[in-house]
Ligand binder design. Structure first.
Ligand code: PLP
Length: 377
């Protein structure tokens, strides 16, 4: 059973903390999702999702039931044609996952790998594009494995000069950073409900040009369920999702969007995240922790810190001490140096981050860790 009195502060990169309003939206009255009223709610959600990154009606959003990977897979499997070729930019596990998808579909592809935490140099990518005949490129915007903000608009410019379309995974940056889908250069932008937009897990979406979708045909041998043109057409003609939607998660996302725009049309959300990052990262560095990445590569939404080099340090012990104090921290993911990760997304404040720093200082004392990397704390 849950302890409903307890508020955990989640520093994992989603599902993120949600507000009371979003939680309560999940308890909306039962409704058959084939009712027009529910279709209208979904249409409003689709329009709201687009409005976060686009001021106009050129783009639309296609919803899928499933976690973020579902929408990434829908985009990859639907848009790369049978005679196309995909270039996957990989500098963390989310790029690598797309290479796995391409293999699973038997899709013609190449991977340009920079290593986990390596900078995806646009010049190297341009050279790779020139060396092959690619129709599409996949790149992650915020590589959550390390907290790196990839130079997507520069990479996209290289693609567009060469007639290559871009599929951009903005899972953990959408709604957390100021973003315009056209300025970013994303032909297909993918995200999910449970990260910086602060809804519940179970819905993901692809934002792309309405016109492109209208002329897109399903590719033989790909997914039936995660099919972008079929999902779009069904929405447009019936106002419904093709298969059972997560009704309560849709209502939660509607509320989450309302709350996003209530934060000064989104600008307040971005500022609050920045303030949280400054409180969190300033505090961590004040305690003596080192970041994995240089300042100019940081997303400001998740930061990877190098694990202490101390005989009494263990991630699980650190996690458990902090969990008992009401905070969830997250392990590292594949970088050259071993790290743990702290995100500052969700319905959290700079005060929450300062409370975390006090809890971290207390925990280090409890674990008798007096040096992090050989120097006194
Ligand atoms: C950049 C990125 N892409 C894809 C995913 C996969 O999303 P999900 O775990 O919701 O399937 C994540 C999850 O954290 C992510 O951060």
């Amino acid at each position: 059973m849950h302890n409903n009195e307890r508020r955990m502060i989640l520093l994992n990169p989603g599902p993120a903390n949600t507000t009371e309003g979003v939680k309560q939206a999940m308890t909306s009255p039962d409704i058959c999702p084939r009712e027009r009223e529910f279709g209208e709610a979904m249409l409003a959600v689709r329009e709201g999702l687009v409005r976060v990154v686009h001021d106009g009606d050129v783009f639309t959003a296609v919803l899928f039931c499933g976690s973020g990977t579902a929408a990434v897979e829908a985009a990859i499997s639907s848009v790369v044609p049978a005679d196309g070729r995909l270039l996957v930019v990989a500098n963390g596990s989310y790029g690598q996952r797309v290479a796995e998808m391409a293999r699973a579909y038997g899709m013609a592809h190449d991977v340009i790998s920079f290593g986990v935490g390596g900078w995806p140099n646009p010049e190297a990518i341009a050279e790779k594009l020139d060396a092959g005949r690619f129709s599409h490129l996949f790149v992650v915007h915020h590589e959550t494995s390390t907290g790196m903000l990839n130079p997507v608009s520069e990479i996209a410019a290289c693609c567009h000069e060469r007639g290559v379309e871009t599929i951009v995974d903005a899972m953990s940056s959408y709604a957390g950073l100021p973003m315009d889908v056209e300025a970013l250069g994303a032909d297909y932008l993918v995200s999910s409900a449970n990260k910086c937009i602060q809804g519940m897990a179970g819905l993901s979406f692809v934002i792309c040009r309405r016109k492109t979708l209208e002329s897109m045909e399903p590719v033989a041998g790909r997914s039936l369920y995660l099919n972008l043109p079929l999902q779009h057409r069904f929405f447009e003609t019936s106002g419904q999702m093709r298969y059972t939607p997560p009704v309560q998660v849709v209502y939660a996302l509607a509320k989450a969007l309302e709350e996003y725009f209530a934060e000064e049309g989104g600008a307040g959300r971005h500022r609050r995240y920045r303030q949280c990052f400054e409180a969190l990262d300033g505090g961590m560095r004040g305690l003596g922790f080192r970041r994995l990445l240089p300042e100019e590569q940081l997303s400001g939404i998740l930061t990877a810190y190098v694990e202490p080099d101390h005989s009494r340090y263990g991630f699980d012990e650190l996690h458990d001490h902090l969990y008992a104090k009401g905070f969830t921290i997250y392990p590292g993911k594949g970088a050259k140096e071993s790290t743990f990760r702290l995100a500052n997304m969700g319905a959290v404040t700079a005060d929450d981050m300062r409370a975390f720093i006090s809890a971290m200082a207390e925990t280090l004392a409890e674990m008798e860790i007096d040096t992090l990397y050989g120097e006194p704390v």
